[in-house]
Design a binder for this molecule. Structure first.
Ligand code: GLC
Ligand code: CA
Length: 563
């Protein structure tokens, strides 16, 4: 059955860095409202906005203090209502980031919960008695947290540990307690009643926990995904949310199920009839280069074949049974063009990456700034970093391995979640048009060259290419094929060329992208060219049905029907 979200173009807004509407240096709801016309012009009609609930901002808002109010840094509930109204007028849907795994330690539930072991909110969180060794309290298990250190934090009010798989200030909710489900349904319903269209479900593969037994990965504290990822009860909780919240309110949902969700798990979460979520974000395609092996960023190389294999595997698996989001990277990962493109061929590689991803079968979700090819930030030292997970992670690794400190820091600077969080580059004025005052975080110095305003005026820019891709999907005579057509990858073993076909009825489109800075040859005798839909060079070099592809060239054309 076709759904509106299959035909949508999604855009992720990391609110803190998108646009400052009141000039205090912090992105906010007013800023987003100001830019809705811009997003509309780009061709976007589905916005995912990262959390703007009241929060002490330990993790920039993913630590929620009150789900029913807006953080004063980001504006007011009225600001959000204005945003929503304008978005509706423009035909845009809005989904919020719903944080279900944890709250802030400053949330009222946790304030109550930690007071005493018989407090009515005690069981909203996961508490365990210490493991006593020689009379000294130790964490109940050796499980590690994603942000470094133990997954348990001692609380001396009651002498017990609470679980927290992210930061100390983000205690995990106890989904075994049916009241947690009830409370979260109330939260979700409240926002849906305001008029939002659904949710991106944060860290939603982690709601269920294994029995509290040590991981046998190591004797020390160790991150063991199996203890709190994709466990059978996780599906049960999502199904309860589906029945109690998503389905009755016709909410669109996209679950973040992280790196460890195998395709089999993803099928359980998000295939037709799974009764859990509409689709899932997975991270399988996010690290197909050598970034974790190198120390010099100039040696970065993309593993094209394995990247193709992974993307193709997801396409193949979901072709008859479900729908996928089409996304490269997000606010937790490097910038696309720095990661998988080539800065010497900035425009060509950015447009090529966009073409091969967003003409696939699924719903595009781009991350703010991707549409102009924003790049990683040249971080030089740890003092430039804001992200809690980078800071905690580095500290932990250095504690274990003090002699390797410099190496650990250099690595972290290359992969930190802060790369995508520098200010959106709107124009070439001071602070890149993000704000009139010094922003809360860095502005990349390349804003004078890479910015929205200059690219919107250039029909050959990365921005214009994105706009064209979206318009092809939404408004062209090829829409149906681009949205609903089948996906068939060819030349799977070619180390540079990414090529696939989209077919519907008698129409075949071919999408070609080169990951090479050298010339590549492609024989298209079996796929004769009839009509070019999009291309990132002005001219085509073709001789006797052999395409001569220049660096990072990309093209999509309609294949002539052969009799
Ligand atoms: C998700 C978010 C990330 C956040 C974490 C904890 O992975 O994408 O930014 O830190 O959940 O809420
Ligand atoms: Ca502001």
């Amino acid at each position: 059955m076709n759904k509106w979200w299959m035909e949508a173009i999604g855009y992720q807004i990391y609110i803190k860095s998108f646009k400052d509407g009141n000039n205090d240096g912090i992105g906010d709801l007013k800023g987003i409202t100001e830019k809705l016309d811009y997003l509309h012009l780009l061709g976007v009609n589905l916005l995912w906005i990262t959390p703007f609930y009241d929060s002490p901002m330990d993790d920039n808002g993913y630590d929620v203090r009150d789900y029913f109010s807006v953080s004063s840094e980001y504006g007011t509930l009225d600001d959000f209502k204005i945003l929503l109204k304008k978005a509706k007028k423009l035909g845009m849907k809005i989904i919020l980031d719903f944080v279900l795994n944890h709250t802030s330690d400053e949330h009222q539930w946790f304030i109550e919960s930690r007071k005493s072991i018989d407090n009515p909110y005690r069981d909203y969180y996961i508490w365990q008695k210490p493991k006593m060794i020689d009379g000294i309290p130790h964490p109940p298990t050796n499980w590690g947290s994603f942000f470094g250190g133990s997954a348990w934090q001692y609380d001396d009010v009651t002498g017990e540990y609470y679980m927290k798989i992210f930061s100390n200030k983000m205690p995990d909710l106890n989904w075994k307690n049916p009241n947690v489900l009830k409370s979260m349904i109330e939260v979700g319903k409240w926002w849906l009643d305001l008029g939002i269209d659904g949710f991106r479900l944060d860290a939603v593969s982690h709601l269920a926990r294994a029995d509290f037994k040590d991981s046998n990965f190591s004797k020390d504290i160790v991150l063991d995904w199996f203890k709190f990822s994709n466990l059978p009860d996780n599906h049960k909780y999502l199904n309860q949310l589906y029945k109690g919240l998503f389905k009755p309110n016709d909410a669109f949902t996209i679950g973040e199920v992280g790196g460890q969700a195998s395709i089999d798990e993803a099928i359980k979460y998000a295939s037709n009839g799974s009764n859990e979520v509409s689709m899932v974000f997975n991270f399988d395609h996010n690290w197909h280069n050598n970034i974790h092996e190198i120390t010099d960023i100039n040696q970065l190389k993309v593993h094209v074949i394995s990247l193709k294999e992974t993307l193709n595997k997801w396409q193949e698996t979901f072709k008859d049974i479900g729908w996928l989001p089409l996304n490269w990277l997000n606010h937790d990962q490097p910038r696309l063009v720095s990661h998988y493109g080539n800065l010497d061929y900035h425009k060509q590689s950015a447009t090529m990456l966009a073409t091969i991803m967003y003409l696939s079968r699924g719903t595009p979700f781009i991350y703010q700034g991707e549409e102009i090819g924003m790049t990683n930030y040249p971080f030089k030292e740890l003092s430039q970093i804001n992200d809690i997970s980078t800071l905690n992670g580095v500290k932990n690794q250095i504690d274990k391995n003090p002699l390797e400190a410099n190496k650990i820091i250099d690595k972290a600077l290359m992969t930190t979640r802060d790369h995508p969080r520098t200010m959106m580059q709107w124009d070439d004025s001071t602070f890149a048009g993000f704000s009139n005052v010094q922003p809360w975080f860095h502005v990349n110095s390349n804003y004078e060259i890479i910015n929205v305003s200059s690219q919107m005026n250039d029909p050959n820019s990365i921005w214009s290419h994105y706009q064209k891709l979206f318009s092809l999907r939404r408004f062209s005579k090829y829409s149906k094929t681009l949205i609903y057509g089948t996906y068939e990858m060819i030349l799977k073993d070619d180390p540079y060329l990414f090529v696939y076909l989209r077919k519907l009825n008698n129409e075949t489109l071919i999408i070609i992208g080169s990951f090479s800075q050298e010339q590549q040859i492609l024989d298209i005798k079996n796929y004769p060219l009839e009509d070019i839909l999009i291309h990132n060079y002005d001219t085509l070099e073709m001789d006797n049905q052999i395409l001569n592809l220049r660096p990072y060239e990309t093209i999509c054309y309609k294949v002539k029907e052969q009799s």
